[in-house]
Design a protein around this ligand. Structure first.
Ligand SMILES: NC(=O)c1ccc[n+]([C@@H]2O[C@H](COP(=O)([O-])OP(=O)(O)OC[C@H]3O[C@@H](n4cnc5c(N)ncnc54)[C@H](OP(=O)(O)O)[C@@H]3O)[C@@H](O)[C@H]2O)c1
Length: 266
């Protein structure tokens, strides 16, 4: 299988490239698409002739999207749409933030969406327009992901690194939300390439609140971090039964954290 990966120097893309190559997949890192036109994307896909495009490039920071909605729209709606229009099987990353304004308590299934910020609104529009352009596209709604830093990849805060390095952390004692080990996100990309077109919750499930999850990790690793309750936050937890019905199963959040602890001998 020949796989073109966009955002190959990003948090998720770098892990996908590394895992696919280890598994013998020909994984081609795309150049930066920031200044690409639709025509340049067409040419890139024509020249590389991938069987699958895995699109991770995005503006993934909620605050940046709020401050610069035009840049967010280009990165998070237009560029993915230009990729989908090429008609190649494509896996495109979306976000659990599409549930950020849902009235129900959750866990949320794919059809129950209510985005409450610009990033989430653009991702939801992207999903809809991508599917209209190419119904064979696979939209993967990811949770907040974590890992230890990777050599050669810019490090940014994530749940695990923050817990290990920061003296104090604040999490909601009421918010149900999962965090997912990004190495498993990368590992399951190969089976995900065989999914029929559609939208999938793609990550760990978690019955605990964010504060309970952090308390578990603190106790498990005997971390000196001081934890406090950040108060009410909207739930973001996902029901991943649709993905499981195709045989793609993530660890729960605690199982994923245990696996990560073993992988890095933490
Ligand atoms: N990280 C998470 O916890 C998380 C959670 C839920 C969903 N997601 C989604 O998962 C995907 C991957 O996330 P990530 O954390 O790997 O993202 P990331 O590291 O923040 O960014 C990935 C890549 O996007 C490219 N990029 C940045 N700004 C761009 C722009 N204006 N136009 C086009 N490309 C741009 C950059 O590549 P170049 O420097 O090569 O341009 C960057 O390396 C994204 O779709 C994100 O929305 C992530």
């Amino acid at each position: 299988m020949k796989m073109l990966v966009t955002g190959p120097r990003g948090f998720v893309g770098a892990r996908i490239i590394s895992q696919m190559r280890a598994a013998g997949v020909e994984a081609i890192p795309a150049p930066s698409l920031r200044d690409f036109s639709e025509e340049e994307i067409r040419r890139l896909i024509c020249e590389t002739e991938p069987d699958v495009v895995v699109h991770t490039a995005a503006i993934s920071d909620i605050g940046t999207c709020e401050q610069n909605p035009e840049a967010s729209y280009r990165a998070n709606v237009e560029i993915p749409l230009w990729i989908a229009r090429r008609g190649v099987k494509s896996l495109l990353f979306s976000t659990d933030q599409v549930y950020s304004g849902c009235r129900g308590e959750g866990p949320y299934r794919e059809e129950e969406t209510a985005p409450a910020n610009t990033y989430a609104r653009h991702k939801l529009e992207m999903e809809q327009r991508v599917l209209e352009a190419n119904p064979d596209s696979v939209l993967l709604r990811a949770t907040w992901m974590y890992d230890m830093p990777m050599y050669g990849v810019a490090n940014r805060g994530n749940f695990l690194v923050n817990m290990l390095r920061q003296p104090a952390q604040s999490f909601s004692g009421t918010q149900h939300r999962a965090v997912t080990y990004v190495q498993q996100v990368a590992e399951l990309i190969r089976p995900a390439a065989s999914l029929p077109g559609g939208i999938y919750n793609y990550g760990s499930e978690n019955d605990l609140t964010m504060l309970q999850t952090a308390q578990w990790l603190k106790q498990e690793l005997k971390l000196p971090v001081t934890l406090s309750d950040a108060g009410e936050r909207h739930h973001l937890w996902m029901d991943c039964s649709k993905l499981k019905s195709f045989g793609i199963c993530f660890d729960t959040t605690l199982e994923g954290l245990k696996r990560c602890i073993r992988d890095y001998s933490l």
